[in-house]
Design a protein around this ligand. Structure first.
Ligand code: PGA
Length: 251
């Protein structure tokens, strides 16, 4: 059985004051969420602050990215071991904003995935097609390339301790959500790609949907057979919205 996961990706948002308020609400509400895992991924500078609140609660802590090297002269970068030391259990890799804005290639994403696992972090690998790619009917080819580059590099066994998030680029932050059927089609294809390598690992692999998930559409998306929760951007900054989405994942 796959336990659903709802992960808040706060992106480059927040102040110490807003984070304190948000976390107070989330940790209180998450105590009543039974049957879904809850994760928050703040900006690096808030990790320690958030950890003091999540420690001893059911809310897990994650980061939004890491550098692929273990340490050394890499000014401005943050390693997986620093994230593990800061209390993170998860880290997002290959988010489309990083692929587009900071040039994270498929092979760099694979290196980050591997670096995360080396220090015991669970990577959340993001894949997703652009609007042009969807229009030109290359969605599954793009997803296939993004997934296979990582699976070829790390081996399917590595997906025992990983999560994959399907996030169509055209649905991120746009208010436009993939329909449950559109999302399910890609999720089912993704699970099929993993199953070609290992049926057992594919059956246990958590596949999240991301892209304008809100309280109003979460239950319909999460009711689909291969959608095991969500990666939530904008709506994760609102305590009530986020908690409603977590509740929807409990089925
Ligand atoms: P959104 O972002 O929910 O604001 O669309 C999702 C994401 O980028 O992870």
């Amino acid at each position: 059985m796959r336990t659903p996961l709802v992960a808040g990706n706060w992106k480059m948002n927040g102040t110490q004051a807003s984070v304190a308020e948000l976390m107070q609400g989330i940790t209180q509400g998450a105590g009543n969420i039974d049957g879904a895992d809850v994760l928050v991924c703040p900006s690096f500078v808030f990790l320690s602050q958030v950890r003091t609140v999540t420690d001893g609660t059911s809310v897990a802590l994650g980061a939004q990215d890491l550098y692929a090297e273990e340490g050394g002269a890499f000014t401005g970068e943050i390693s997986g071991s620093m994230l593990a030391d800061a209390g993170c259990e998860y880290v997002i890799v290959g988010h489309s904003e990083r692929r587009a804005l900071t040039g994270d290639s498929d092979s760099l994403v694979a290196a980050k995935f591997s670096a995360a696992q080396k220090v015991g972090l669970t990577p959340i690998l993001c894949v997703g097609e652009s609007l042009e790619e969807r229009k030109s009917d290359t969605t599954l080819a793009v997803i296939g390339r993004q997934f296979s580059t990582v699976a070829d590099a790390v081996g399917i066994e590595a997906f025992r301790n990983a999560v994959v998030a399907y996030e169509p680029v055209w649905a991120i932050g746009t208010g436009e959500t993939a329909t449950p059927d559109q999302a399910q089609e890609v999720h089912s294809a993704l699970r099929g790609m993993a199953a070609k390598r290992s049926a057992k690992i594919a059956a246990d692999l958590r596949l999240l949907y991301g892209g304008s998930v809100k309280a109003a559409n979460a239950a319909d998306l999460f009711s689909m057979a291969d959608i095991d929760g969500g990666l939530i951007g904008g709506a994760s900054l609102d305590t009530n919205e986020f908690l409603s989405i977590c509740e929807a994942a409990t089925g």
